[in-house]
Ligand binder design. Structure first.
Ligand SMILES: Cc1cc2nc3c(=O)[nH]c(=O)nc-3n(C[C@H](O)[C@H](O)[C@H](O)COP(=O)(O)OP(=O)(O)OC[C@H]3O[C@@H](n4cnc5c(N)ncnc54)[C@H](O)[C@@H]3O)c2cc1C
Length: 233
């Protein structure tokens, strides 16, 4: 299995001074095909919601991943789904403790605007990663989460969210006591504080549909942020 490491050289470092290589600290399969990867944090600061670009073993295989750890955590963590015929995620899944991982960053503008205001987060799949970082960075944040997954096994990090503000939605199996359907089916029946900011992350079609719902409710564009991870269902 190829590893995602490339040796440093001086010209590369001058061209891109923010390139890092860190040892993997832990790799966990949270559910079939859903992984949490933890690696050493270099001396950089980031804002919750930022992503890093992880290098693949070949050109064209680099992909962005949101940092799921908190701003003050001593390590970096990402959450990813293995795409068996994908370019990078099979390489990530082959990493073991002590293996090197190369990345650059941090980048992004999917930031919490004001931790003193409520935040409503709507995520599909691994799009929950920035919400986890928000919760870890600001434990007192009034954070609401609608998390859409296909199967119950894919619900993760529930412990980061207050039960009364946590709304899991499962689309491909019926689980007693849990909502059956997509986040877009669940959202219309819920109400949120008037001064909340909205964060939409994951599948692009969900972001488009949710943006339309929010506009119908009169939410200003400036209070809606979207981060599309993928463009398919
Ligand atoms: C700003 C940003 C942040 C991101 N953060 C995360 C993150 O935190 N966690 C995360 O898991 N992903 C994240 N992504 C997506 C990630 O960058 C990769 O696209 C994803 O991991 C697939 O990479 P791959 O190289 O294995 O597959 P690719 O080689 O890119 O894809 C191979 C094929 O699989 C399809 N495919 C890819 N992903 C899926 C999927 N989930 N379901 C079904 N088919 C798929 C593609 O359409 C393509 O046809 C983010 C994307 C963006 C733009």
């Amino acid at each position: 299995m190829p590893k995602t490491v490339k040796a440093f050289n001086l010209s590369e470092m001058i061209e891109n001074p923010s390139r890092f290589t860190s040892p993997v600290l832990d790799q966990r399969e949270l559910a079939a095909g859903l992984f949490e990867l933890t690696f050493d944090r270099p001396a950089f600061s980031f804002r919750t919601g930022d992503e890093i670009q992880i290098y693949g073993s070949e050109p064209g295989q680099d992909r962005p991943y949101t940092i799921a750890s908190g701003e003050k955590d001593p390590y970096l963590q990402i959450l990813y789904r293995l795409i068996p015929d994908g370019a990078l995620t099979p390489q990530l899944a082959g990493l073991r403790e002590g293996d090197p991982i190369s990345f650059t960053g941090p980048f992004g503008n999917f930031h919490l605007r004001d931790p003193g205001r409520p935040a409503v987060f709507v995520a599909t799949g691994t799009g929950i990663a920035p919400a986890v970082s928000f919760a870890r960075t600001y434990p007192d944040l009034e954070l609401y989460l609608l998390h859409g997954v296909r199967l119950r096994q894919d619900l993760c990090f529930a412990e980061c969210f207050a039960p009364a503000r946590y709304h899991p939605c499962i689309s491909r199996e019926t689980v007693p006591g849990l909502f059956h359907g997509r986040v877009t089916d669940r959202f219309p029946a819920l109400s949120f504080p008037d001064d909340a900011d909205f964060f939409l992350c994951g599948a692009n079609d969900m972001i488009v549909a949710m943006t339309a719902f929010l506009k119908e409710r009169g939410i200003a564009d400036a209070r809606i942020s979207g981060e599309a991870y993928y463009w398919w269902r």
